[in-house]
Structures are given as structure tokens and as C-alpha cells.
Design a protein around this ligand. Structure first.
Ligand code: NDP
Ligand code: OXD
Length: 309
């Protein structure tokens, strides 16, 4: 029986050990860098791989991401042929939909404006519009984008979505393909990015997209910092092309103290907390994947290493 490597600078292995051991009593969980003999390790649970990579673990049968995203693993540098799985967790999914609804409602009900006005003691009315007159566009309608679209819909918004493959989702106007994103943007007063970061989606939140959105629209980025062209955002906000941006993810995290985003009155920053998974709820799929890897079976939530998500 092999051992499982746990390697993360963000996650606490002692939160994972009890729920995993309950399901797999003979589990041997070894925490990086105290993993003993490298050849014992047959499964790696990682947020980011160690700096030297995972190449020394010659018996590796699976790499299990501790996140829903896998870009932080840099798939191109992982040992070839080893299957990679990501987390799909109801707690994480619900939290993400909740965050996106909150961000959309904040703009919809102009709380961003009232936050600024209250600091200026400014009494100014903005007559609310019904949510049914406001369209929210969701970039990426997979697990998280799909749940977010459903939550927005349930709260009365008109919802559009963009994905790589064409989709049909009741109550959501679906777009795909390279021109689909601009067609969707043209309708969307709030655009939420829930794409995975790949070579195709890097820098996708750029001037071209902002120019396609209605004047004064809002951006919510909960995908990855690499989706946003940072140099394009500030002129878009300063010119009024965009009315505001809610950013949870950044090219460099934590966001450096000197970064221009911190002081911008129309940017709301949250520290990559839009959603997190729970060890308790995610442990069953991780344990199932350890079993599957050892039995040579396909993994749950297996990533397509060629597509990058
Ligand atoms: P999924 O793989 O379930 O969904 C991804 C969606 O993006 C799919 O609809 C996919 O299209 C679409 N997509 C991918 N590439 C393209 C492309 N080139 N053009 C158009 N659409 C594309 O991922 P999740 O929903 O689970 O997660 C999305 C991302 O959310 C993660 O990768 C991660 O970066 C981020 N995240 C952020 C968190 C935070 O706290 N801020 C927490 C967790 C995740 P198709 O359906 O056709 O494949
Ligand atoms: C994830 C994240 O990918 O927290 O799970 O960003």
C-alpha cells in the first residue's frame, strides 16, 4: 500500500486527516517535506507542487488538486501521463454563487455609490430598477458558473453565459466561440468571470471586452488574476467605460501594498475568499480518487490536461 503526499502552503493537513482517515482507516498521509521515501508516494494532494516538482515520485498514480482550479499546478510541468483531478465541492460551489450574487446585487442596488456617498455625506437618490431589467453575463458556465447563473436567475436577473462548447440551459441565454463573448458582453451590465485560467483565457478581461460592454458596466473577477489585463482596467474605470470592479483574484497574491488597485475608489478588493472548499465535504471524493487511482480507474472530476481544465 502506498502513501499519500500532502503539499500545500495554504491548507492544513490536520483538517484533512480526520475525515479522510474515517473513510480510509489505513491511510498513510505524509506532509511535505517529511514524506520519507519518495518511492512510497503513490498519490499527491497538492495546492501547488513543491519547487522541485513531483518528478522524484516515480510511483505516482494520481495528482489531486486541493482547489477547483488547476492552473496553479502548471499542468505542463507535472509528470506526463499521471492523471490529475480537481475538487468539485458543494460547499465551495454554494459559496461562490453566494459571493457572485452579493457582488451583482451590490452594483444593481448601487451600494457601491452609496458607500462612496456616505463618506461624503451626500444624500443622492438612485431609483432602483427591477433585477429583471438587468442582464448579468457569466464567463464560464461550468460547475461554478452554472451554479452562479442559476442563483442570479432565481433572484430575478436576466442571465447570459459563455462557454467553450455550445450549451443549452433553461433560462440562460448561452453563447460560445470567439465572437460569442463579445455578443454576450454587449448585453451584460455586469460581467462575472468564472473561467479557468488557460492559454486561451489568459488576459481575456481586456479593453476589447470592456469596449463591448454597455457604458458604465461592472466587472467581477473571481476566476484568476491572470484573466485580467491590469493595464486595461484602470483607464476603463477612469474614463467611465466601466462603473466598477470587484476583484477577488490577482496576478500576485497577496496583492502587493504598492499596487495601484488598492486606492482606486471604484475597485473592491477581497483576498481570494470568494469560495473555499471544506475538508469535511471534499474528503469523500479525495478518498474515492485515491482508491480509483490505486485500482487504475478513471478519477472523479478528472482534468483534461490538453485543454488545461
Ligand atoms: P469548470 O471546468 O466546471 O468550468 C469551466 C467553464 O469555463 C466551462 O463552462 C468551460 O466551457 C469554460 N471555458 C473554459 N475554457 C474556455 C474558453 N477558452 N472559452 C470559453 N469558455 C471556456 O470550472 P469551475 O466552474 O469549477 O471553476 C472555474 C474557475 O473558478 C476555476 O478554474 C478557478 O480558477 C476559479 N475558482 C476561484 C475561486 C475563488 O475563490 N476565487 C474558488 C474556486 C475556483 P465548457 O463547458 O465548454 O468546457
Ligand atoms: C480554487 C480556489 O481553485 O480556491 O479552489 O481558487
Amino acid at each position: 500500500m502506498g502513501a499519500v503526499l500532502f503539499c500545500s502552503n495554504l491548507d492544513d493537513p490536520e483538517e484533512w486527516r480526520p475525515p479522510m482517515t474515517r473513510l480510509m482507516p489505513d491511510l498513510e498521509l505524509r506532509v511535505y517535506p517529511d514524506f520519507g521515501k519518495a518511492e512510497d508516494i503513490d498519490v499527491a494532494m497538492v495546492w501547488r507542487p513543491p519547487a522541485e516538482g513531483l518528478g522524484q515520485f516515480k510511483s505516482l498514480k494520481a495528482i489531486l488538486s486541493l482547489g477547483a482550479g488547476v492552473d496553479q499546478l502548471d499542468l505542463t510541468k507535472l509528470p506526463p501521463g499521471v492523471p490529475v483531478a480537481r475538487l468539485v465541492d458543494d460547499v465551495l460551489t454554494t459559496a461562490m454563487a453566494e459571493y457572485c450574487l452579493l457582488a451583482a446585487l451590490r452594483y444593481h442596488r448601487r451600494l457601491d455609490v452609496y458607500e462612496r456617498n456616505s463618506r461624503l455625506k451626500k444624500w443622492e437618490y438612485h431609483i432602483p430598477r427591477p433585477a429583471s431589467q438587468r442582464t448579468v453575463g457569466v464567463l464560464g458556465i461550468g460547475v461554478l458558473g452554472g451554479a452562479t447563473a442559476a442563483k442570479l436567475k432565481a433572484n430575478g436577473f436576466k442571465v447570459c453565459g459563455w462557454s467553450r462548447s455550445p450549451k443549452s440551459i433553461a433560462g440562460v441565454e448561452c453563447f460560445s466561440g470567439t465572437d460569442g463573448i463579445y455578443k454576450m458582453a454587449a448585453k451584460s451590465e455586469i460581467v462575472i468571470c468564472l473561467l479557468p485560467l488557460t492559454s486561451e483565457t489568459r488576459g481575456i478581461l481586456d479593453k476589447k471586452l470592456f469596449d463591448a460592454m454597455p457604458q458604465g458596466s461592472y466587472l467581477v473577477n473571481v476566476g484568476r488574476g491572470g484573466h485580467l489585463n491590469e493595464d486595461d482596467l484602470l483607464p476603463a474605470l477612469d474614463s467611465g467605460r466601466l462603473g466598477g470592479a470587484t476583484l477577488d483574484v490577482f496576478q500576485k497574491e497577496p496583492l502587493p501594498q504598492e499596487h495601484r488597485f488598492w486606492n482606486h475608489p471604484q475597485i473592491l478588493i477581497t483576498p481570494h475568499v470568494a469560495s473555499t472548499g471544506g475538508a469535511e465535504t471534499a474528503a469523500p471524493q479525495v478518498v474515492e480518487n485515491i482508491r480509483r487511482a490505486r485500482a487504475g480507474k478513471p478519477l472523479l472530476n478528472q482534468v483534461d490536461r490538453t485543454k488545461g481544465y
